[in-house]
Design a protein around this ligand. Sequence first.
Ligand code: 2HA
Ligand code: ZN
Length: 274
Amino acid sequence: MNFLEAGFVQGFIRMANDGWEQGWHERNGGNLSYRVKSREAESVKENFRAGDWQEIGTCVPGLAGEYFLVTGSGKYFRNVIIDPQDSLCMIELDEKGERYRIVWGLVNGGSPTSELPSHLMNHEVKKRVTQGGYRVIYHAHTPNVIALTFVLPLKDEVFTRELWEMATECPVVFPDGIGVVPWMVPGGREIAVATSKLMQEYDVAVWAHHGMFAAGEDFDLTFGLMHTVEKAAEILVKVRSMRPDKLQTIEPRDFRDLAKDFKVTLPEKFLYIR
Ligand code: 2HA
Ligand code: ZN
């Protein structure tokens, strides 16, 4: 099959373009990765070439031998839809999960996303805790969430509770809550370790003064999660821009009622008394 006609490639390109259209990917901001199913990799392997093995910069033995479709370092989400061969690549990991090689894409040179360690360490955690269910990791520069990292305490409990209150569907969409990573240098192993630790518990990790990481089963769920969190953040920015307090809100007892009817478990640590 022609690589660009494969369903997972089409889904990846559409999601990247949706993120661009939301305004989350200025210049080369953000990155996206998809853990390819073995039958999907099989279906496009006639298009493969074998690049040289390169160091990942971290070790992900839980992902040994797997294939990933990822955005390229320095590439623009804006260009993905018109030139996917230049903007994206498919990589294969070695049998130890220490090195990768490009098997498709980046036809004009380049390397996978600068956040490859974070993407792969998040994939490794999510593959383990969801028994292989999760396949998408998405990093975006979402302006409202970033704005909130200057005015809210950088605590999981505060971000989760404040965003849950902004839209009734939020606790249903992300019942496990949201983690927060304090400001750190991006691109390396240290921020990858901090983020993947949060991904054991949450599907969303905020990077203070930088953006967000979201994880999910497929493109729709992961994009929808990023979109829901960022929209809640937009509402909170509007509320706080009007006045510093709330006259009324969704209260802890309301969340408990919602949890019962919608059959979700909302951890009590987020339902603190203010
Ligand atoms: O430029 O978003 O975090 C890509 C990034 C780095
Ligand atoms: Zn970034």
